[in-house]
Write a protein that binds this ligand. Structure first.
Ligand code: SPQ
Length: 427
C-alpha cells in the first residue's frame, strides 16, 4: 500500500486498543478459573483471536461480542483434549503460555503456527517444562513447531531463567499452578508482570521478591472481571509520531502504565520529549492514565541493561525516533530482538536504511546517527506488525513516496491503526 508522507502535524485524541499481553492472559486465566470471567476492551487483534480459538478447541465456552468477552471457566480440569491441531497463528505469547497450561493436562495436544512462529525458539519453555514432568517434542529436538505435548502430573522446581522473558516466566507460573509443591522462578531482569498481577486478581497467591517468584500448586482460582487498559506498545507509535512532527499535540486515552512496561517513557524523558500524564490510577490492578504528547526537540541517548525488557517491543519505533534526534543513539543488550516475529535488529536497520536513515546493526542492538532527513522508497513489514507500524510513522516524515509491502501484518496487534492515524492527520 502507498503510505501517507510529508505530514505536517497530528492533532486530536484517540484511545489505542486494549493491551495484547493482558488480553491473552484474560482468556487463559478465565479458562482455568472456576466460574464466569468477563473481559472488557479486549484486543481484537489476530493474535488474541488465535488465543480464543485455541481455548475453544480445548472445550472452553467463550462468547465474544466485539471487545466484550465472557469465558465460562471450569478450572484446569475443564480443559479437554482437542480433536484438532491448536493453531497459534503468529502469536509467540499464545504458544509459550499455552505450553505451560497444557504441560499439566492429562491429554495429548499438538501445536502449530505460521512461518514466523516456526523460526522462534521454543526450547526456552519446553526444557524447563520437561524438567517439571511434561513430555514435549517437536522439530529439531523440541526446539521448533510443530510441537506435541503429553501433559503429566508436574512437580514444582526452582528454575533460574537464562533469558529475561515474560513468556517463559508466565509459562512456568501456569505450570507451577498445577504442580505438586512450590515452583520458584528467578528472572535475570524484571520483565512484564501481568501474569503475577492476574494470579492475584483471580484470587490466587504468589510471593514476589524482586526478581524471585514463588507459586504453590493446586490453588483454586475464581472467575472475575478484567478491564483491559490501552496498550502502551501501540500508543508508542503515536508518542513518537507526535514528538517528531512539528506543531503536533495528541491525547492518548486510557493507556496502560504498568511500571514493567513504561521503559519507553523513561527513554522519551531522557531524549527530551515533551509529554504529560493525567489521572494515573495506580491503585488499579493494572495502572492506566491519559497521555498528552507534543512536538519536541529530541536528543540521542544510550539504552541498555535492565531497561531493555521494559521496552523490548518499542525498540523499532524508538529507533525511528533516534533518526530524528540530534546526536547518536546506542541500543545495547537487546539480542532478544533477533528472535521476535522477525530479527528486529536486521529488519529495523535494513528498512530504515532504505528510507535514508543512518543506522548500523551491532551484535546486540544498533547505533543510530541523527538527525537524518528521510526520503522514500519501497519498504516491507516482513510480516512483522511492529515493523509495519514503525514504517508507516517513518513515512510521515518522508519527502518522497513510500510503499509498504505486507501491511496486513499490522492487524496482529492493532487492526484499527490506519483509521486512528488518519483521524489524527485529518483533523
Ligand atoms: O506474542 P509475541 O509474538 O511474542 O509478541 C511480541 C510483540 O512484539 O508483540 C514479541 F514479538 O511481544 C511479546 C514480548 O516481546 C509479548 C510478551 C508477553 O505478552 O508476555 C512478552 C515479550 O516477549 P518475551 O519473549 O520477552 O517474553
Amino acid at each position: 500500500m502507498e503510505l501517507r508522507t510529508n505530514a505536517e502535524q497530528l492533532k486530536g485524541e484517540i484511545s489505542v486498543p486494549g493491551d495484547k499481553s493482558i488480553s491473552h492472559r484474560s482468556i487463559m486465566f478465565g479458562a482455568i478459573a472456576d466460574g464466569r470471567t468477563t473481559v472488557s476492551n479486549f484486543l481484537l487483534g489476530d493474535d488474541c483471536l488465535s488465543t480464543i480459538s485455541c481455548f475453544k478447541k480445548l472445550g472452553v465456552h467463550i462468547e465474544q461480542q466485539g471487545q466484550e468477552v465472557a469465558i465460562e471457566g471450569k478450572g484446569f480440569e475443564g480443559l479437554m483434549e482437542s480433536e484438532e491441531v491448536l493453531d497459534v497463528g503468529n502469536s509467540g505469547t499464545t504458544i509459550r503460555l499455552l505450553l505451560g497450561i497444557l504441560a499439566g493436562r492429562p491429554f495429548f495436544s499438538s501445536l502449530v503456527g505460521d512461518q514466523s512462529i516456526g523460526k522462534r525458539p521454543m526450547t526456552r519453555v519446553t526444557k524447563p517444562l520437561s524438567i517439571m514432568g511434561a513430555k514435549i517434542d517437536g522439530r529439531q529436538d523440541g526446539k521448533y513447531t510443530p510441537l506435541s505435548v503429553r501433559g503429566a502430573a508436574l512437580k514444582g522446581m526452582e528454575y533460574t531463567m537464562p533469558v529475561a522473558s515474560a513468556q517463559v516466566k508466565s509459562s512456568l507460573l501456569f505450570a507451577g499452578l498445577q504442580a505438586r509443591g512450590t515452583t520458584r522462578i528467578i528472572e535475570p531482569a524484571k520483565t512484564r508482570d501481568h501474569t503475577e498481577r492476574m494470579i492475584r486478581k483471580f484470587g490466587g497467591n504468589l510471593k514476589v521478591d524482586g526478581k524471585i517468584m514463588e507459586v504453590e500448586g493446586g490453588q483454586p482460582l475464581k472467575g472475575t472481571h478484567i478491564h483491559v487498559p490501552g496498550d502502551i506498545s501501540s500508543a508508542a507509535f503515536f508518542l513518537v509520531a507526535g514528538a517528531i512532527l512539528s506543531k503536533s499535540e495528541i491525547k492518548l486515552k486510557n493507556v496502560g502504565l504498568n511500571p514493567t512496561r513504561t521503559g519507553i517513557l523513561d527513554v522519551l524523558t531522557e531524549m527530551g520529549v515533551d509529554f504529560t500524564i493525567e489521572g494515573n490510577e495506580e491503585e488499579l490492578f493494572e495502572p492506566c492514565g491519559d497521555m498528552i504528547i507534543r512536538s519536541s526537540r529530541i536528543k540521542g541517548t544510550v539504552i541498555e541493561g535492565d531497561m531493555i525488557p521494559r521496552l523490548i517491543d518499542e525498540i523499532p519505533i524508538i529507533a525511528l525516533l533516534a533518526t530524528q534526534a540530534e546526536g547518536t543513539t546506542i541500543i545495547k543488550d537487546a539480542e532478544e530482538l533477533k528472535v521476535k516475529e522477525t530479527n528486529r535488529i536486521d529488519t529495523v536497520v535494513n528498512e530504515l536504511s532504505k528510507l535514508g536513515a543512518k543506522i548500523e546493526a551491532t551484535s546486540d542492538g544498533m547505533i543510530i546517527y541523527g538527525k537524518s532527513s528521510l526520503s522514500g522508497g519501497v519498504v516491507s513489514s516482513h510480516g512483522d506488525h511492529r515493523i509495519g507500524m514503525m514504517l508507516a510513522i517513518a513515512a510521515l516524515v518522508c519527502k518522497e513516496k513510500v510503499y509498504l509491502e505486507n501491511s496486513e501484518a499490522i492487524s496482529v496487534s492493532y487492526p484499527t491503526f490506519f483509521a486512528d492515524l488518519h483521524r489524527l492527520m485529518d483533523l
